[in-house]
Design a protein around this ligand. Structure first.
Ligand code: AMP
Length: 430
């Protein structure tokens, strides 16, 4: 199948060619023709499947005829995070470069007045996070009665983040006749309820089963002692494996994102942190640095990293088992994108047994445990002191350290081996 058969215009095909895409992904092949025919779409697809282009490409062609009026955008795309909204805007710029479509990004962290000026000029494509859009609506600066196409992207994430009441309100403010495109990696019952009532005879496209993870991702579980210090040590070992080009390290809480990032930096790793406490401009800058390989490791929270489109991430490291099993699917979906292969590690301590059981149930399969053939005892090598390195405060409680390094009598497994790339410390008894 080639893009030529999907019914897209020549100018869009030319932009696709410039983007370097040879053939449509599964969701693109299925969604583009139906969207061009004006049908509602329910796409169950995770990021990394090419879903952004599956809605932006046909929208560009549909919207390239007609003109926008002040404060009455012609289409609206709702995204759960600012980063994701900014990425969709980038896609519009890339694929719509041969058109004169106007686009406005309504996200927090940018002055209202600047956004209002842009809205006044008329907008073909409005990309927004629900909160900021609601703010503009309540100020009377944007009206939704001119919307011809609505996209709700990452609907399940909107639900997780508590944006769903806003999404429902926004959907209810829409004109009766409009085309609706919904995308979600999973279909929790609240999302299903809304799509059942709101979409009209949608074309349903499922590119992977709701709980499945892309087959291009190798997944490994590493059982680690119940101590964050040990986890950080294991993590450092993994990061120095020779096949690790770059990676995203996910933590459940902002607090841990900061601790892990600080620890990695103090050990000389080229790492930075991405979480919701950072100013929008800083987040974008860090993200760009990561995309441009100026930063090798990004330590991130789920919310900040949701939907990030970074094509070349070789590894994802789950510093913890996520509280919400669906987050795992999203986290590891940062690697193995667009047909490339990737590797995801999950570090789990016995304390996380409950979350791990939930995750295994959700995935419907056990994640392969990395085990050493014969765990060997190895003398701890003390690295030469580096006076220039900033000191990281680790848990220096000698009892805790003794416990971590003690021969095991509990039932967690010794850390693991990894085929030919076994960092020595992973073979040490804990
Ligand atoms: P998405 O699922 O929308 O986040 O897209 C994942 C990645 O796939 C992005 O880096 C896109 O640039 C890339 N991509 C989208 N469509 C194609 C295609 N047809 N061929 C190759 N790469 C693509």
């Amino acid at each position: 199948m080639s893009f030529e058969y999907l019914g897209l215009s020549d100018h869009t095909l030319s932009a696709i060619k410039d983007a370097g895409y040879d053939k449509p992904t599964a969701i693109q092949a299925k969604a583009i023709p139906s969207t061009l025919q004006g049908r509602d779409i329910l796409g169950i697809a995770q990021t990394g499947t090419g879903k952004t282009a599956s809605f932006t490409l046909p929208m560009i062609d549909i919207l390239s005829e007609g003109r926008a009026r002040a404060r009455m955008p012609r289409s609206l795309i709702l995204e759960p995070t600012r980063e994701l909204a900014a990425q969709v805007a980038e896609s519009f710029e890339k694929y719509g470069k041969n058109t004169k479509l106007s686009m406005v990004l309504l996200i927090g962290g940018v002055a209202f007045a600047d956004q209002e000026k842009l809205l006044d000029r008329g907008v073909d494509v409005l990309i927004a996070t629900p909160g900021r859009l609601m703010d503009h609506m309540s100020r009377g600066k944007v009206m939704l009665n001119g919307i011809e196409i609505l996209v709700v992207d990452e609907a399940d994430r909107m639900l997780d983040m508590g944006f769903f009441p806003d999404v429902e309100k926004i959907c209810k403010s829409m004109p009766a006749k409009l085309q609706k495109l919904f995308f979600s990696a999973t279909m929790p019952k609240e999302v299903k309820k809304l799509t059942d009532s709101f979409l009209q005879d949608p074309k349903e496209i499922t590119v992977t089963a709701p709980t499945s993870t892309a087959s291009t991702i190798r997944q490994y579980l590493i059982n680690v002692a119940p101590s964050d210090k040990v986890k950080r040590e294991v993590l450092r070992g993994l990061l120095t494996s020779k096949d690790v080009k770059n990676g995203i390290i996910f933590c459940n809480r902002k607090k841990d994102v900061k601790i892990v990032a600080k620890s990695l930096k103090s050990h000389g790793f080229n790492a930075d942190e991405l979480h919701g406490d950072l100013h929008q401009n800083t987040r974008m800058e860090i993200l760009n640095n990561f995309k441009q390989d100026k930063i090798k490791f990004l330590v991130a929270s789920d919310v900040a990293a949701r939907g990030l489109d970074i094509p070349d991430v070789s590894h994802v490291f789950n510093f913890e088992v996520p509280n919400n099993p669906e987050d795992y699917v999203h986290r590891i979906g940062r690697t193995g994108r667009a047909g490339k292969t990737g590797t995801a590690y999950l570090l789990a301590s016995p304390r996380e047994k409950k979350n791990l059981a939930l995750l295994t149930k959700f995935l419907g399969t056990e994640i392969e445990v990395l085990k050493a053939k014969e765990p060997q005892k190895e003398k701890k090598k003390t690295p030469p002191p580096n006076k220039n390195k900033p000191k990281i405060k680790e848990n220096n409680n000698s009892n805790a350290i003794k416990k971590e390094n003690a021969p095991k009598k509990n039932n967690y497994k010794p850390i693991v081996g990894m085929g030919e790339h076994v960092p020595a410390f992973l073979l040490r008894n804990i």
